[in-house]
Design a protein around this ligand. Structure first.
Ligand SMILES: O=c1ccn([C@@H]2O[C@H](COP(=O)(O)O)[C@@H](O)[C@H]2O)c(=O)[nH]1
Length: 224
């Protein structure tokens, strides 16, 4: 079995990011670089992390008009990401154009509802109905638009997987039993997410803030 864990490398200093990626190499399946990393270190930083030799997941959560998103997607071909995120709520045309503009080997996944949000947060954005139904709607839209899969929490993954058998599902908001939840609200354990159909398990602080990140990654993998 390939290691499904992608380490979220949310660290401000590039040297620390490279050191951390080297430490966990061999204990995770890939590295996820998000907004914090990309805004601070750009394409140069991505190239440096890629040199460590793990697949790169660019979690840039594109959300704009179709033409702009397609241009951004083309601009990152050179970074050769294995996975890229777009916001599923950007609409069908945006999702279709994002997928059409992506490199052939890059999986494009739609972010449905951030794992840091709960039902009340969703209501405050003006969306009626349950978080579950909202995620299911955006999963269907992503599938119809030709995306490879979605990002959702472990609380919805089973229903999504039941409806989209060959989809590619990225699950963040994961916490090993007993670890600090922080700003995440819809949380499950890595094992629960895996059992319910997650393809990729995104894990950040429980590994990056551990005294021994490689050991923390190994311990999580052992639970899967
Ligand atoms: O809904 C989402 C989408 C993306 N993320 C990202 O995943 C990691 C999670 O980090 P932890 O430290 O394990 O909480 C982080 O980079 C987020 O930007 C998410 O959490 N939820």
């Amino acid at each position: 079995m390939t290691n499904p864990i992608y380490l979220a490398l949310d660290v401000p200093r590039l040297e620390d990011g490279v050191a951390l990626a080297k430490k966990v190499k061999g204990h995770v399946g890939g590295i996820k670089l998000g907004l914090e990393f990309f805004c601070a270190h750009g394409a140069h930083g991505v190239h440096l992390i890629a040199q460590v030799g793990l697949p790169i997941f660019l979690d840039l959560k594109f959300y704009d008009i179709p033409n702009t998103v397609a241009g951004a997607m083309q601009a990152i071909h050179v970074l050769e990401p294995s996975i890229v995120t777009v916001h599923a709520s950007g609409g069908r045309a945006m999702l279709e154009d994002a997928k059409a503009a992506a490199a052939e080997h890059t999986k494009v996944v739609g972010v449905t509802m951030l794992t840091s949000m709960d039902q009340r947060d969703l209501e405050r954005t003006g969306v009626e109905g349950s978080a579950h139904d909202h995620v299911m709607r955006l999963a269907e839209l992503s599938k119809d638009a030709g995306l490879d899969g979605i990002v959702c929490s472990g609380q919805e993954i089973k229903s999504v997987h039941d409806q989209w058998k060959d989809g590619f599902f990225v699950v963040p908001g994961l916490r090993p039993a007993g670890s600090a939840v922080g700003d995440q609200k819809r949380v499950v354990t890595p094992r629960q997410a895996r059992d319910h159909g997650a393809s990729v398990l995104v894990i950040g602080r429980p590994i990056s803030r551990a005294d021994d990140p490689a050991q923390a990654a190994r311990a999580i993998e052992a639970t899967l």
